[in-house]
Design a protein around this ligand. Structure first.
Ligand SMILES: [Zn+2]
Length: 1027
């Protein structure tokens, strides 16, 4: 994977425990966090020396810093009473060319190692482990390999595979061809077919840069730091990738993947000693210290600002075709290893750009010069010296000078006027919430939070002590009220190291790209003798043979199905009512936060208004309410809550495939002390939302449309799946309307409409139907101590909004009621839409898109969650993905990813991601079905698929999200347990059986969709609908 980190404010989140785990902990004499405090500086443990032991109460952890004596490897352990343990190792990888060598290396080390020589141990471990996370990233200046798991034995297994992969990889020539690049006959079995470039990273990077936002971000970094490693593309410039040789790859490994250039991080409640021992014995003891010379020198400062211009492909889905330029100004800031400076500048950046009260939002977004901020905006601390960027996308060429002027004028204004105290408080409040909010994968957030600064020898422990930075910040402001303004003056106004980068569409962009690739290809081909060509053909066949070979994975460690917990822990909830509305209360260790949700159904909403629901959801909390205009509302939300949002929901029924619930979900959180404020804000939204400000609405519509259009090249497979499922179930049609390509096109139309008056008239109509307590149910997750307060506040809220309660008739008559509590059949219920006479229809849709890769999907109507065959279909999807489709679609086909998935909606979907192939991938799906029907898989394959499915089923759930399956979908713990037992019971016979009955040709009811570039095969085939 190739990652560009662009986050305005790094999110730090805490994980804690559900009641049950806490109990287990009480039985132990001492917690992991307390135990770690007993380490002493200078203490020697398994070849390491302890350097520092620091309690970090904010994050409920103890940090232990160590160094490895022989090699100088650095180590940070965060001891915390969290069973989701994480390991990560990162290397400073600072390439000096754009061949993508660190990225290709990241892929190839995962293709087999000394102790685990089988091909692709990384992907195989996905099926032999209960990992909660496994991945690898290439950033601009480091490469990181993290995994997490809740099982101690699994941790050792994965650690062993990871250590061997990064320190002792095979790096075979064949791995380099497969993952990096190669010349190969287009059809490898036909020596007369033309030679083309292939390779996983080659295709991945073509996909990455088909996304204009990513392209822009890459250019900006390259040009702002033109003198060292940031001037090149660490992920690989597609046309530079074919300049890389296998020898260079091995050399890069030898010099960069060395303990002397490594930083290890572990997190969780497992003992540090055993990690150190295993790392020492399996890897570090075999190395001597080297001087890796991978440091990044400071970027020499420019004497005067610079400007640059780049081009991109036009975006057919952009809201306004005449406005497709991006312009932004980027400033070089200070070294990120200065923790306090980094904290101050990222805070300052949020003050300047985030939310409707920020000066740049007012100056750039509200005049509607562009559709949204540029893709790169705000503080970026992912490079050794940070940067700040500000600008617009979706703007007209002729506004260039105007935008530049506004940017410098706004900076002047900020220096003159400073910031309101309340906004600073709101931001510090947000940091407090982020520290208290407990999310899953906390270890990974920590690893990412410290990665960049630590990579350049910053102090990771200092970065964890966030409240130190907060108090230092408060102190600095107190001593000097102009503290922030002075920063703005020196870092922005007086900073001559700044770049103005413009990007504009070029009609011929894709053609030029294709020509450049063709030229590169011909250059390579011209150098080939006949013997070379013969060799290429033979190597192509060898690779194909290797990819088709049955793999012996027996060298790899594995958990057994018997290592999986047979039962799930029960999440107790209490049912109550408030003002006649049913409420689910769930007591959780939420660390002082209260989480509120309300589900309101759409059943009375006229059908023609449904397409407006996502728009309604995205604006209803952003246009002002009660006595507050939208700025004041945003300020209050920031000051009093952890955010308030509304989203549309299509919830499939667990027992009947043609039944579903349609609604919107309200969600918000707050610190306990702010409960009355949070509900007051919701009351105002229910009672008197402001919808009449057309200017404000236009800004919001433009931003949503832009966001949707930008998301397609990233999540094209989701759009393909949604489209392919459209005619398979009644819920599928609604899903497409609310979240599919239909919605993207609708929003594009809205953004182009000169007059939004009809929308302004529509929104209050929708509100009457949706924000109606008659159609509502609520859920609260809070600590036991705060539950009764929360209930009382909710009661007050329901009283306040009682006037909105109105009994209305559903637009469809086919409504069924399901009790919220299955044990209380006459109690409160949910209303679901049912269409027992629904006729699925088979349809193939092609969307021509302005990017060079495809997203392919085929979806098949099967059975809902509670059906006897659902569990077999889940295991089947996983097994087909791991044992067949991955090989066909990724290894042979060159797509970035692909597989099969069983969805809760009862639809079984095949998909591919960033795929050079289109219709050929559909045949791969069909071959997968034949493979499954043939039953040519072993018990081991079935067990591996079970492990993989269970690692998803058992992935940790944050306290804020406990009980949500029951609240939203009516899926109780008993139903989950029954599903679990069915999963355990799946065997080879049931898999062959469901493959035959649901997936085979003649049996299946399916839909197909492809998003991709112009496609002659499809154009000629009348069975396709072209969009
Ligand atoms: Zn990658």
């Amino acid at each position: 994977m190739f990652r560009q980190t662009k986050t305005a404010l790094q999110k730090l989140r805490c994980v804690r425990f559900n009641g049950q785990q806490q109990q287990t902990w009480r039985l132990k004499s001492i917690s992991a966090r307390e135990k770690a405090l007993q380490y002493q500086p200078e203490q020697k443990i398994h070849g390491f020396t302890v350097r520092e032991v620091v309690a970090v109460p904010d994050l409920c952890l103890t940090a232990v810093k160590l160094t490895h004596d022989k090699t100088g490897a650095q180590y940070l352990h965060a001891a915390r009473d969290d069973s989701d343990n994480l390991f990560s190792v990162q290397f400073r990888t600072t390439p000096m060319d754009s061949t993508g060598v660190p990225h290709i290396l990241e892929h190839t080390v995962l293709c087999g190692s000394e102790k685990y020589p089988c091909r692709d141990p990384f992907f195989k471990m996905l099926n032999r482990s209960l990992s909660t996370f496994m991945n690898a990233f290439t950033a601009s200046d480091f490469t990181m390999y993290p995994f997490s798991t809740q099982n101690g034995k699994d941790f050792q297994n994965l650690l062993s595979v990871y250590l061997d992969a990064v320190f002792f990889p095979c790096l075979r020539e064949q791995d380099f061809w497969q993952e990096g690049w190669r010349l190969e006959n287009e059809n490898p079995t036909d020596p007369s077919s033309s030679l083309v470039f292939k390779g996983v990273v080659f295709n991945e990077m073509k996909g990455v840069f088909s996304d204009n936002e990513r392209l822009y971000a890459q250019h900006l970094q390259n040009k702002l730091y033109p003198d060292h490693t940031y001037a090149v593309v660490s992920g690989g410039e597609p046309l530079a990738i074919p300049d890389l040789t296998w020898e260079q790859l091995k050399q890069f490994h030898a010099t960069h993947y060395h303990p002397s250039n490594a930083r290890f991080f572990t997190y969780g409640d497992l003992p540090l000693e055993s990690h150190l021992q295993q790392i020492q014995e399996e890897a570090l003891c075999k190395f001597e210290r080297i001087n890796p010379s991978t440091a990044v020198p400071p970027q020499p400062h420019w004497d005067s600002p610079r400007e640059a211009h780049v081009t991109c492909s036009p975006d057919a889905l952009a809201p306004d075709q005449s406005k497709q330029n991006t312009l932004c100004v980027s400033y070089l800031l200070g070294d990120i290893t200065d923790t306090f400076e980094g904290f101050t500048l990222s805070l300052l950046s949020s003050l300047m750009v985030s939310g409707p009260n920020s000066p740049f939002y007012k100056a750039l977004i509200e005049p509607k010069i562009g559709s949204d901020f540029s893709s790169v905006v705000g503080y970026d601390g992912s490079t050794k010296e940070a940067s700040f960027s500000i600008g617009l996308q979706g703007m007209a060429e002729e506004d260039t000078e105007r935008v530049k002027h506004i940017i410098s004028q706004t900076i002047e204004d900020v220096i003159k006027n400073g910031f309101e105290e309340e906004r600073i408080e709101a931001l510090l409040h947000r940091i407090e919430i982020q520290m208290k909010h407990q999310s899953t994968n906390f270890g990974l957030s920590l690893a990412s939070h410290v990665a960049s600064s630590w990579n350049h020898n910053g102090d990771p422990v200092e970065l964890l002590n966030i409240s130190d930075s907060v108090s230092k910040f408060r102190q600095a402001l107190k001593e000097n009220p102009c503290f922030l303004q002075e920063k703005v003056k020196s870092f922005f106004k007086d900073n001559t190291h700044r770049l103005t980068l413009k990007m504009s569409p070029d009609e011929a962009y894709l053609k030029k790209q294709a020509e450049a690739e063709e030229k590169k290809l011909q250059e390579k081909i011209q150098l080939l003798t006949d013997a070379d060509k013969k060799e290429i053909y033979e190597k192509g066949l060898e690779l194909l043979a290797a990819q088709s070979q049955v793999q012996d994975a027996s060298s790899l460690p594995a958990l057994q199905v018997s290592d999986i917990e047979p039962t799930i822990p029960i999440t107790p909830v209490q049912m109550g009512t408030a003002g006649g509305v049913p409420v689910q209360y769930c007591e959780q260790p939420t660390n002082g936060l209260v989480y509120f949700r309300a589900m309101c159904n759409l059943n009375t909403l006229p059908e023609d208004l449904r397409v407006y629901v996502p728009l309604f959801c995205s604006v209803v909390t952003k246009m002002g309410c009660g006595a507050l205009d939208y700025r004041q509302q945003a300020q209050q939300m920031e000051l009093r809550t952890g955010g308030m949002s509304v989203s549309s929901q299509v919830v499939p029924d667990s027992t009947q495939i043609d039944t579903f619930e349609q609604g919107v979900l309200l969600f918000s959180s707050c610190l306990e002390r702010n409960l009355p404020h949070m509900f007051q804000l919701w009351s105002d939204i229910f009672n008197s939302p402001h919808f009449d400000d057309e200017e404000r609405l236009r800004v919001l519509v433009m931003m949503s449309a832009q966001e949707l259009a930008n998301g397609i090249s990233y999540s094209g497979h989701m759009y393909a799946v949604t489209r392919a499922s459209r005619h398979l179930t009644p819920a599928g049609g609604l899903q497409e309307t609310l979240g599919g390509m239909e919605q993207v096109k609708f929003m594009k139309r809205m953004a182009e409409t000169p007059d939004l008056v009809h929308v302004i008239r529509t929104l209050p109509r929708i509100k009457k139907h949706l924000l109606n307590p008659d159609n509502m149910r609520c859920a609260i997750n809070a600590t036991p101590q705060k539950m009764s307060d929360s209930a009382a506040e909710l009661e007050t809220f329901m009283k306040d909004v009682a006037e909105n309660k109105k009994e209305r008739k559903p637009v469809r008559t086919s409504i069924i009621k399901k009790p919220l509590d299955p044990l209380e059949v006459s109690g409160p219920s949910r209303s679901l839409i049912t269409e027992p006479d629904f006729q699925p229809c088979q349809m193939k849709t092609f969307f021509q898109m302005p990017f060079p890769v495809n997203f392919v999907s085929e979806c098949i109507r099967t059975v809902p969650f509670c059906h006897q065959d659902f569990a077999s279909l889940c295991i089947l999807a996983r097994m087909m993905t791991a044992k067949f489709l991955h090989g066909e679609i990724r290894e042979k086909g060159g797509a970035y990813g692909g597989g099969a998935k069983m969805g809760g909606s009862g639809v079984f979907s095949f998909y591919s991601y960033r795929d050079p192939n289109s219709v050929q991938t559909l045949s791969a799906f069909h071959k997968g079905v034949e493979w499954a029907k043939s039953g040519q898989f072993s018990q081991q394959d079935v067990d591996e698929a079970k492990l993989s499915v269970f690692s998803a089923v058992d992935s940790p759930v944050a306290p804020s999200d406990k009980g949500m399956g029951r609240f939203l979908s009516g899926i109780t713990d008993e139903m989950k347990q029954s599903h679990r037992e069915k999963l355990f019971a799946v065997d080879q016979k049931s898999l062959v059986d469901v493959a035959e009955r649901y997936l085979s040709a003649g049996q299946r009811t399916c839909g197909v969709a492809i998003l991709g570039p112009e496609n002659d095969t499809i154009k000629k085939d009348p069975s396709w609908i072209l969009k």
